[in-house]
Design a protein around this ligand. Structure first.
Ligand SMILES: Nc1ncnc2c1ncn2[C@@H]1O[C@H](COP(=O)(O)OP(=O)(O)OP(=O)(O)O)[C@@H](O)[C@H]1O
Length: 240
């Protein structure tokens, strides 16, 4: 299995704080890799560094073998990396339709693209002409993900999509992400909800203090409660 994304010795400073302290990992093509870890471990900083929102001071980041660590964010997006930040990137004053049209930078949305998006997120069809600001938290999250996949992407970086959502909405979001995954997407997904992580992840990376402290199969971590307790500080039962 080839690595689509590869980080080697990545160090990121925010101001004078040394946040990423030598991050090494690979994201295999066509699989979903979970990035887990306690609060403040450096997960969001890792996604933002890949996306060019923070410049790494040291180390390399390659996408399909090409270095991207010195590129600006729009160039990284242009190379096929979609980013769904934790804060749900939608324009509240625009309609659902306008939000998606703006995200499709390579031209107008065609019927095939719309059918593909509505296949994942039927609620967006229902609220097509409604203001994004009037959507529920779960629907905004779905719109935020739809904005990231409206153009073909090599890689999707998704930051805590289930955060703050009611359990029923989390379930439907997991189903949407599973469908995106079934269609062959490569995903790097930060998640605090272990149930969601276990449902979605093929591989898992665990961060602590700005480095990767565990890597392996998601199923193996899901089956090993003592390891979860050691790495994440909580048992699987406590996450459910
Ligand atoms: N803009 C910033 N200025 C200063 N420090 C920051 C900034 N952003 C993040 N940090 C610090 O960097 C460290 C890593 O933060 P990061 O958000 O990457 O962690 P995380 O693993 O995503 O945590 P969480 O699960 O709480 O979102 C934390 O100690 C945080 O306080």
């Amino acid at each position: 299995m080839s690595a689509l994304l590869k980080l080697t010795g990545v160090e990121t400073y925010i101001g004078r704080y040394h946040i990423l302290q030598g991050v090494d990992f690979e994201v295999p093509e066509g699989r979903t890799t979970m990035l887990l870890g306690r609060n403040g471990a450096g997960k969001t900083t890792t996604l933002r560094t890949i996306m060019g929102l923070w410049q790494p001071k040291n180390g390399s980041i390659t996408l399909a073998g090409e270095p991207i660590e010195k590129l600006a964010t729009p160039d990284i997006a242009q190379r096929g990396v979609g980013y769904v930040p934790e804060s749900m990137a939608v324009f509240s004053d625009l309609t659902v339709k306008e939000n998606l049209v703006l995200a499709a930078r390579n031209g107008p949305l065609d019927d095939a693209q719309l059918a593909w998006i509505f296949g994942f997120f039927p609620a967006l069809k229902k609220f097509w002409l409604s203001r994004a600001g009037s959507l529920s938290g779960g629907q905004k999250q779905m719109l935020s993900i739809a904005r990231a996949i409206v153009e073909p992407r090599k890689l999707l970086l998704i930051d805590e999509p289930t955060k703050g959502l009611a359990p029923a909405i989390v379930m439907s979001l997991i189903e949407c992400l599973k469908e995106i995954k079934r269609r062959g997407a490569t995903i790097l997904l930060v998640e605090q909800n272990f149930h969601a992580a276990r449902e979605l992840g093929d591989h898992v990376l665990v961060m602590d203090n700005g480095t990767i402290v565990h890597r392996g199969e998601m199923a193996a971590l899901a089956a090993d409660v003592p390891l979860q307790e050691r790495l994440l500080g909580l048992s699987l039962e406590a996450h459910q």
